[in-house]
Design a protein around this ligand. Structure first.
Ligand code: ADP
Ligand code: MG
Length: 392
Protein backbone atom coordinates (compact mmCIF):
# COMPACT_ATOMS: atom_id res chain seq x y z
CA UNK A 1 0.00 0.00 0.00
CA UNK A 2 1.60 3.25 -1.09
CA UNK A 3 0.11 6.65 -0.52
CA UNK A 4 1.38 10.20 -0.29
CA UNK A 5 1.52 12.05 3.01
CA UNK A 6 1.65 15.76 3.87
CA UNK A 7 5.45 15.49 3.63
CA UNK A 8 5.19 14.81 -0.12
CA UNK A 9 3.10 17.88 -0.91
CA UNK A 10 4.03 21.49 -1.55
CA UNK A 11 1.50 23.15 0.75
CA UNK A 12 2.44 26.83 1.03
CA UNK A 13 -0.41 29.09 -0.04
CA UNK A 14 -2.40 26.09 -1.28
CA UNK A 15 -6.05 25.45 -0.50
CA UNK A 16 -6.08 21.96 0.99
CA UNK A 17 -9.52 20.31 1.02
CA UNK A 18 -9.18 18.12 4.08
CA UNK A 19 -11.73 15.37 4.77
CA UNK A 20 -12.08 14.88 8.52
CA UNK A 21 -14.41 12.95 10.81
CA UNK A 22 -15.76 15.39 13.39
CA UNK A 23 -19.06 13.58 13.79
CA UNK A 24 -18.89 14.23 17.53
CA UNK A 25 -21.66 13.69 20.07
CA UNK A 26 -23.54 16.91 20.85
CA UNK A 27 -26.00 17.45 23.70
CA UNK A 28 -27.88 20.74 24.13
CA UNK A 29 -25.54 22.40 21.65
CA UNK A 30 -22.42 21.29 23.54
CA UNK A 31 -19.84 18.79 22.28
CA UNK A 32 -19.64 16.07 24.95
CA UNK A 33 -16.67 14.10 23.62
CA UNK A 34 -13.84 15.73 21.67
CA UNK A 35 -11.91 12.54 20.80
CA UNK A 36 -12.52 12.94 17.08
CA UNK A 37 -11.47 16.59 17.13
CA UNK A 38 -8.32 15.73 19.08
CA UNK A 39 -7.34 13.17 16.46
CA UNK A 40 -7.11 15.70 13.64
CA UNK A 41 -4.97 18.17 15.60
CA UNK A 42 -1.62 16.93 14.18
CA UNK A 43 -2.85 17.28 10.59
CA UNK A 44 -4.21 20.78 11.06
CA UNK A 45 -1.09 21.82 12.99
CA UNK A 46 1.20 20.59 10.18
CA UNK A 47 -0.96 22.13 7.45
CA UNK A 48 -0.90 25.50 9.18
CA UNK A 49 2.82 25.29 9.91
CA UNK A 50 3.43 24.66 6.20
CA UNK A 51 1.40 27.75 5.26
CA UNK A 52 -1.58 25.92 3.77
CA UNK A 53 -5.13 27.26 3.71
CA UNK A 54 -7.12 24.45 5.24
CA UNK A 55 -10.71 23.78 4.23
CA UNK A 56 -12.37 21.11 6.38
CA UNK A 57 -14.91 18.81 4.74
CA UNK A 58 -17.01 16.74 7.11
CA UNK A 59 -20.35 15.06 7.66
CA UNK A 60 -22.55 15.27 10.71
CA UNK A 61 -25.41 12.89 11.41
CA UNK A 62 -27.54 11.46 8.62
CA UNK A 63 -29.44 14.30 6.91
CA UNK A 64 -29.87 12.14 3.77
CA UNK A 65 -29.07 14.80 1.18
CA UNK A 66 -31.30 17.53 2.64
CA UNK A 67 -30.59 20.61 4.72
CA UNK A 68 -31.48 19.69 8.31
CA UNK A 69 -30.72 22.70 10.55
CA UNK A 70 -30.24 20.48 13.62
CA UNK A 71 -27.41 18.77 11.77
CA UNK A 72 -25.53 21.92 10.84
CA UNK A 73 -21.80 21.75 11.48
CA UNK A 74 -21.96 25.38 12.64
CA UNK A 75 -22.72 24.16 16.17
CA UNK A 76 -19.35 22.47 16.50
CA UNK A 77 -17.28 25.48 15.39
CA UNK A 78 -16.56 26.65 18.98
CA UNK A 79 -15.37 23.18 20.06
CA UNK A 80 -13.35 22.85 16.86
CA UNK A 81 -11.72 26.25 17.35
CA UNK A 82 -10.83 25.38 20.91
CA UNK A 83 -9.54 21.90 20.07
CA UNK A 84 -7.47 23.05 17.11
CA UNK A 85 -6.24 26.20 18.82
CA UNK A 86 -7.25 28.48 15.94
CA UNK A 87 -10.32 30.52 15.06
CA UNK A 88 -12.14 28.27 12.58
CA UNK A 89 -14.25 30.04 9.95
CA UNK A 90 -17.50 28.62 8.63
CA UNK A 91 -19.01 28.69 5.16
CA UNK A 92 -22.47 27.44 4.26
CA UNK A 93 -23.12 29.24 1.02
CA UNK A 94 -20.73 30.71 -1.50
CA UNK A 95 -17.72 28.49 -1.01
CA UNK A 96 -15.63 30.20 -3.70
CA UNK A 97 -16.05 33.58 -1.99
CA UNK A 98 -15.19 32.27 1.48
CA UNK A 99 -12.11 30.45 0.19
CA UNK A 100 -11.04 33.55 -1.75
CA UNK A 101 -10.84 35.50 1.51
CA UNK A 102 -8.54 32.96 3.22
CA UNK A 103 -4.96 33.73 4.25
CA UNK A 104 -2.13 31.23 4.66
CA UNK A 105 -2.64 29.30 7.91
CA UNK A 106 -6.40 29.90 8.02
CA UNK A 107 -8.86 27.10 8.73
CA UNK A 108 -12.37 27.11 7.26
CA UNK A 109 -15.12 24.55 7.82
CA UNK A 110 -17.69 23.90 5.10
CA UNK A 111 -21.27 23.01 5.98
CA UNK A 112 -22.21 19.33 6.42
CA UNK A 113 -21.32 17.66 3.12
CA UNK A 114 -24.26 15.28 3.53
CA UNK A 115 -26.70 18.18 3.09
CA UNK A 116 -25.90 17.67 -0.58
CA UNK A 117 -27.33 14.49 -2.15
CA UNK A 118 -24.16 14.28 -4.24
CA UNK A 119 -22.09 13.33 -1.21
CA UNK A 120 -23.46 9.87 -0.49
CA UNK A 121 -24.03 9.28 -4.23
CA UNK A 122 -20.27 9.70 -4.81
CA UNK A 123 -21.34 12.24 -7.41
CA UNK A 124 -18.65 13.47 -9.76
CA UNK A 125 -20.39 16.82 -10.29
CA UNK A 126 -20.48 17.61 -6.58
CA UNK A 127 -16.84 16.54 -6.28
CA UNK A 128 -15.92 18.80 -9.21
CA UNK A 129 -17.58 21.82 -7.60
CA UNK A 130 -15.55 21.20 -4.44
CA UNK A 131 -12.36 20.54 -6.40
CA UNK A 132 -12.78 23.87 -8.21
CA UNK A 133 -12.10 25.79 -4.99
CA UNK A 134 -9.10 23.68 -3.89
CA UNK A 135 -5.58 22.75 -4.93
CA UNK A 136 -4.90 19.61 -2.92
CA UNK A 137 -7.02 16.89 -1.34
CA UNK A 138 -6.06 15.45 2.04
CA UNK A 139 -7.99 12.62 3.68
CA UNK A 140 -7.67 12.34 7.46
CA UNK A 141 -10.89 10.39 8.04
CA UNK A 142 -10.06 6.69 8.10
CA UNK A 143 -13.33 6.06 9.92
CA UNK A 144 -15.22 7.22 6.80
CA UNK A 145 -12.95 5.41 4.34
CA UNK A 146 -15.19 2.36 3.99
CA UNK A 147 -17.73 4.52 2.19
CA UNK A 148 -17.36 5.61 -1.44
CA UNK A 149 -18.72 9.13 -1.07
CA UNK A 150 -17.86 12.29 -2.99
CA UNK A 151 -15.54 13.67 -0.29
CA UNK A 152 -13.93 10.32 0.54
CA UNK A 153 -13.63 8.92 -2.98
CA UNK A 154 -14.61 10.97 -6.08
CA UNK A 155 -12.72 14.06 -4.94
CA UNK A 156 -9.49 12.10 -4.44
CA UNK A 157 -9.39 11.44 -8.18
CA UNK A 158 -9.71 15.09 -9.11
CA UNK A 159 -6.87 16.67 -7.13
CA UNK A 160 -3.37 15.68 -6.03
CA UNK A 161 -4.13 13.60 -2.94
CA UNK A 162 -2.47 12.63 0.29
CA UNK A 163 -3.21 11.10 3.69
CA UNK A 164 -3.41 13.27 6.79
CA UNK A 165 -1.47 12.37 9.93
CA UNK A 166 -4.15 10.30 11.61
CA UNK A 167 -4.97 8.43 8.38
CA UNK A 168 -1.25 7.83 7.94
CA UNK A 169 -0.91 6.45 11.48
CA UNK A 170 -3.96 4.22 11.06
CA UNK A 171 -2.81 2.79 7.71
CA UNK A 172 0.70 2.20 8.99
CA UNK A 173 -0.63 0.35 12.06
CA UNK A 174 -3.09 -1.74 10.07
CA UNK A 175 -0.41 -2.62 7.54
CA UNK A 176 1.87 -3.75 10.38
CA UNK A 177 -0.90 -5.87 11.89
CA UNK A 178 -2.32 -7.68 8.87
CA UNK A 179 -0.81 -6.36 5.64
CA UNK A 180 2.79 -7.44 6.08
CA UNK A 181 2.90 -8.44 9.74
CA UNK A 182 5.82 -9.94 11.59
CA UNK A 183 4.88 -13.61 12.20
CA UNK A 184 3.66 -15.46 14.12
CA UNK A 185 0.42 -13.50 14.22
CA UNK A 186 -2.42 -14.04 16.69
CA UNK A 187 -5.93 -12.70 16.33
CA UNK A 188 -8.31 -12.40 19.26
CA UNK A 189 -11.91 -12.33 18.12
CA UNK A 190 -14.68 -12.08 20.66
CA UNK A 191 -17.96 -10.31 21.06
CA UNK A 192 -21.51 -11.40 21.05
CA UNK A 193 -22.30 -13.15 17.80
CA UNK A 194 -20.69 -15.18 15.05
CA UNK A 195 -23.24 -13.85 12.56
CA UNK A 196 -21.84 -10.29 12.66
CA UNK A 197 -18.27 -11.51 12.16
CA UNK A 198 -18.43 -14.26 9.55
CA UNK A 199 -16.41 -12.39 6.92
CA UNK A 200 -13.92 -11.32 9.52
CA UNK A 201 -13.33 -14.86 10.81
CA UNK A 202 -13.13 -16.19 7.27
CA UNK A 203 -10.47 -13.68 6.33
CA UNK A 204 -8.45 -14.04 9.53
CA UNK A 205 -8.04 -17.81 9.32
CA UNK A 206 -6.09 -17.32 6.09
CA UNK A 207 -3.93 -14.55 7.56
CA UNK A 208 -2.98 -15.52 11.10
CA UNK A 209 -1.36 -18.53 12.73
CA UNK A 210 -3.47 -18.42 15.91
CA UNK A 211 -7.13 -17.48 16.08
CA UNK A 212 -8.24 -17.03 19.67
CA UNK A 213 -12.04 -17.08 19.82
CA UNK A 214 -13.85 -15.83 22.89
CA UNK A 215 -17.04 -14.12 23.97
CA UNK A 216 -20.51 -15.24 23.02
CA UNK A 217 -19.34 -16.37 19.59
CA UNK A 218 -17.10 -19.02 21.14
CA UNK A 219 -20.27 -20.72 22.39
CA UNK A 220 -21.36 -21.37 18.82
CA UNK A 221 -17.99 -22.97 18.05
CA UNK A 222 -18.20 -25.06 21.24
CA UNK A 223 -21.75 -26.16 20.40
CA UNK A 224 -20.50 -27.12 16.92
CA UNK A 225 -18.21 -29.61 18.67
CA UNK A 226 -21.19 -31.11 20.46
CA UNK A 227 -20.66 -29.28 23.76
CA UNK A 228 -23.83 -28.42 25.72
CA UNK A 229 -23.77 -24.65 26.23
CA UNK A 230 -27.17 -24.65 27.98
CA UNK A 231 -28.63 -21.14 28.37
CA UNK A 232 -25.57 -19.43 26.82
CA UNK A 233 -25.87 -16.99 23.97
CA UNK A 234 -25.42 -19.29 20.98
CA UNK A 235 -26.44 -19.22 17.32
CA UNK A 236 -27.61 -22.79 16.88
CA UNK A 237 -28.42 -22.18 13.22
CA UNK A 238 -24.76 -21.42 12.54
CA UNK A 239 -23.16 -24.64 13.79
CA UNK A 240 -22.38 -25.73 10.23
CA UNK A 241 -20.90 -22.34 9.48
CA UNK A 242 -18.69 -22.64 12.55
CA UNK A 243 -17.54 -26.06 11.36
CA UNK A 244 -16.76 -24.63 7.91
CA UNK A 245 -14.65 -21.87 9.43
CA UNK A 246 -12.83 -24.46 11.55
CA UNK A 247 -12.16 -26.57 8.46
CA UNK A 248 -10.91 -23.55 6.51
CA UNK A 249 -8.59 -22.73 9.41
CA UNK A 250 -7.21 -26.26 9.46
CA UNK A 251 -6.47 -26.14 5.71
CA UNK A 252 -4.77 -22.77 6.09
CA UNK A 253 -2.63 -23.91 9.02
CA UNK A 254 -4.35 -21.62 11.50
CA UNK A 255 -4.81 -23.00 15.01
CA UNK A 256 -8.16 -22.09 16.56
CA UNK A 257 -8.11 -21.65 20.30
CA UNK A 258 -11.41 -21.97 22.13
CA UNK A 259 -12.06 -21.57 25.86
CA UNK A 260 -11.22 -24.66 27.98
CA UNK A 261 -12.94 -23.44 31.10
CA UNK A 262 -15.63 -20.80 31.52
CA UNK A 263 -17.32 -18.67 34.14
CA UNK A 264 -21.05 -19.37 34.26
CA UNK A 265 -24.07 -17.88 36.00
CA UNK A 266 -27.78 -18.53 36.03
CA UNK A 267 -28.65 -14.83 35.62
CA UNK A 268 -27.50 -12.18 33.17
CA UNK A 269 -26.60 -9.38 35.58
CA UNK A 270 -23.62 -7.95 37.45
CA UNK A 271 -22.22 -9.95 40.36
CA UNK A 272 -24.56 -12.94 40.39
CA UNK A 273 -23.43 -16.19 42.01
CA UNK A 274 -20.89 -17.71 39.58
CA UNK A 275 -19.07 -20.97 39.01
CA UNK A 276 -15.96 -21.76 37.00
CA UNK A 277 -16.33 -25.03 35.12
CA UNK A 278 -14.80 -26.96 32.23
CA UNK A 279 -16.60 -26.23 28.97
CA UNK A 280 -17.99 -29.78 29.01
CA UNK A 281 -19.58 -29.18 32.41
CA UNK A 282 -21.82 -26.14 32.01
CA UNK A 283 -24.66 -26.86 34.46
CA UNK A 284 -28.30 -26.94 33.40
CA UNK A 285 -29.87 -23.46 33.49
CA UNK A 286 -26.52 -21.66 33.34
CA UNK A 287 -24.89 -19.45 30.74
CA UNK A 288 -21.29 -18.82 29.81
CA UNK A 289 -20.39 -15.19 30.50
CA UNK A 290 -16.60 -15.22 30.50
CA UNK A 291 -13.55 -17.34 29.76
CA UNK A 292 -12.00 -19.01 32.82
CA UNK A 293 -8.48 -18.80 34.28
CA UNK A 294 -7.15 -21.88 32.42
CA UNK A 295 -8.31 -20.35 29.15
CA UNK A 296 -6.60 -17.09 30.03
CA UNK A 297 -3.37 -18.92 30.90
CA UNK A 298 -3.56 -20.62 27.51
CA UNK A 299 -4.07 -17.28 25.75
CA UNK A 300 -1.08 -15.81 27.58
CA UNK A 301 1.13 -18.69 26.42
CA UNK A 302 0.05 -18.23 22.81
CA UNK A 303 0.65 -14.48 22.96
CA UNK A 304 4.11 -15.10 24.47
CA UNK A 305 5.02 -16.96 21.28
CA UNK A 306 3.64 -14.35 18.87
CA UNK A 307 5.16 -11.22 17.36
CA UNK A 308 1.91 -9.57 16.26
CA UNK A 309 -1.59 -9.38 17.71
CA UNK A 310 -4.77 -8.04 16.19
CA UNK A 311 -7.81 -7.89 18.46
CA UNK A 312 -11.52 -7.34 17.95
CA UNK A 313 -14.20 -8.25 20.45
CA UNK A 314 -14.18 -8.82 24.22
CA UNK A 315 -13.73 -12.32 25.66
CA UNK A 316 -16.72 -12.02 27.97
CA UNK A 317 -19.65 -9.85 28.96
CA UNK A 318 -17.11 -7.30 30.20
CA UNK A 319 -19.69 -4.60 31.03
CA UNK A 320 -20.66 -6.58 34.15
CA UNK A 321 -18.28 -7.66 36.90
CA UNK A 322 -16.82 -10.21 37.29
CA UNK A 323 -17.18 -11.10 33.60
CA UNK A 324 -14.57 -8.52 32.63
CA UNK A 325 -11.82 -10.67 34.17
CA UNK A 326 -10.60 -12.64 31.14
CA UNK A 327 -10.63 -9.65 28.79
CA UNK A 328 -8.79 -7.49 31.30
CA UNK A 329 -6.19 -10.17 32.10
CA UNK A 330 -5.49 -10.96 28.44
CA UNK A 331 -5.37 -7.26 27.56
CA UNK A 332 -2.92 -6.50 30.36
CA UNK A 333 -0.69 -9.37 29.27
CA UNK A 334 -0.70 -8.09 25.67
CA UNK A 335 0.05 -4.60 27.00
CA UNK A 336 3.04 -5.89 29.00
CA UNK A 337 4.42 -7.75 25.98
CA UNK A 338 4.00 -4.60 23.91
CA UNK A 339 5.77 -2.47 26.51
CA UNK A 340 8.73 -4.84 26.56
CA UNK A 341 8.98 -4.64 22.78
CA UNK A 342 7.98 -8.27 22.19
CA UNK A 343 4.60 -7.71 20.56
CA UNK A 344 2.99 -5.39 18.03
CA UNK A 345 -0.60 -5.03 19.20
CA UNK A 346 -3.43 -3.47 17.21
CA UNK A 347 -7.05 -3.46 18.34
CA UNK A 348 -10.33 -1.93 17.26
CA UNK A 349 -14.12 -2.08 17.52
CA UNK A 350 -16.59 -0.06 19.56
CA UNK A 351 -16.93 -2.40 22.52
CA UNK A 352 -13.32 -3.53 22.23
CA UNK A 353 -12.05 0.00 22.72
CA UNK A 354 -14.36 0.36 25.75
CA UNK A 355 -13.10 -2.96 27.17
CA UNK A 356 -9.45 -2.02 26.68
CA UNK A 357 -10.05 1.36 28.24
CA UNK A 358 -11.69 -0.42 31.17
CA UNK A 359 -8.57 -2.62 31.42
CA UNK A 360 -6.40 0.51 31.50
CA UNK A 361 -4.22 -0.52 28.56
CA UNK A 362 -5.17 2.03 25.92
CA UNK A 363 -1.78 3.76 26.00
CA UNK A 364 0.19 0.51 26.00
CA UNK A 365 -1.11 -1.07 22.82
CA UNK A 366 0.82 -0.24 19.65
CA UNK A 367 -2.36 1.15 18.09
CA UNK A 368 -6.02 1.27 18.96
CA UNK A 369 -8.39 2.11 16.16
CA UNK A 370 -11.57 3.98 17.00
CA UNK A 371 -12.78 3.68 13.42
CA UNK A 372 -15.61 1.18 14.01
CA UNK A 373 -17.07 0.06 10.68
CA UNK A 374 -13.97 0.92 8.65
CA UNK A 375 -11.77 -1.09 11.03
CA UNK A 376 -14.06 -4.12 10.82
CA UNK A 377 -14.19 -3.98 7.02
CA UNK A 378 -10.45 -3.78 6.95
CA UNK A 379 -10.27 -6.86 9.20
CA UNK A 380 -12.61 -8.58 6.78
CA UNK A 381 -9.97 -8.02 4.10
CA UNK A 382 -12.12 -5.61 2.11
CA UNK A 383 -10.65 -2.83 0.03
CA UNK A 384 -11.77 0.48 1.51
CA UNK A 385 -12.74 2.91 -1.29
CA UNK A 386 -11.32 5.91 0.55
CA UNK A 387 -7.98 4.17 1.03
CA UNK A 388 -7.87 2.77 -2.52
CA UNK A 389 -8.51 6.26 -3.92
CA UNK A 390 -5.48 7.56 -1.99
CA UNK A 391 -3.26 4.69 -3.08
CA UNK A 392 -3.47 5.49 -6.77
P1 ADP B 1 -17.05 -4.74 19.02
O1 ADP B 1 -18.03 -3.60 19.20
O2 ADP B 1 -15.72 -4.41 19.66
O3 ADP B 1 -16.89 -5.15 17.59
P2 ADP B 1 -19.03 -6.74 19.65
O4 ADP B 1 -20.09 -5.72 19.49
O5 ADP B 1 -18.91 -7.79 18.64
O6 ADP B 1 -17.60 -6.01 19.83
O7 ADP B 1 -19.22 -7.50 21.02
C1 ADP B 1 -19.31 -6.90 22.27
C2 ADP B 1 -20.41 -7.48 23.11
O8 ADP B 1 -20.28 -8.89 23.27
C3 ADP B 1 -20.41 -6.92 24.50
O9 ADP B 1 -21.60 -6.20 24.70
C4 ADP B 1 -20.32 -8.14 25.41
O10 ADP B 1 -21.12 -8.03 26.56
C5 ADP B 1 -20.83 -9.23 24.53
N1 ADP B 1 -20.39 -10.55 25.00
C6 ADP B 1 -19.15 -11.01 25.10
N2 ADP B 1 -19.13 -12.25 25.61
C7 ADP B 1 -20.41 -12.60 25.85
C8 ADP B 1 -21.06 -13.76 26.38
N3 ADP B 1 -20.36 -14.83 26.77
N4 ADP B 1 -22.40 -13.76 26.47
C9 ADP B 1 -23.10 -12.67 26.06
N5 ADP B 1 -22.56 -11.54 25.57
C10 ADP B 1 -21.23 -11.51 25.45
MG1 MG C 1 -20.18 -3.62 19.28
Amino acid sequence: MTFKTLDDMNLRGKVVLTRVDVNVPVEDGRVTDTTRIDRIVPTIRDLRAAGARTVLLAHFGRPKGKVVPDMSLRQIVPALSEGLGVEVGFADGDYGDAVGRMQDGDVLLFENVRFNPGEEADDEGFARRLASVGDIYCNDAFSAAHRAHATTHALARLLPSCAGRSMEAELTALEAALGTPKPPVAAVVGGAKVSTKLDLLSNLVTRVQHLIIGGGMANTFLAAQGIEVRKSLCEHDLLDTARQIAAKAETAGCAILLPRDVVVAAEFRADPPTRTVKVEDVPEGHMILDAGPDSVAHIRTVLDGCATLVWNGPLGAFEMTPFDAATTAAARHAAALTRSGDLISVAGGGDTVAALRHAGVVDDFTYISTAGGAFLEWMEGKTLPGVAALSQ
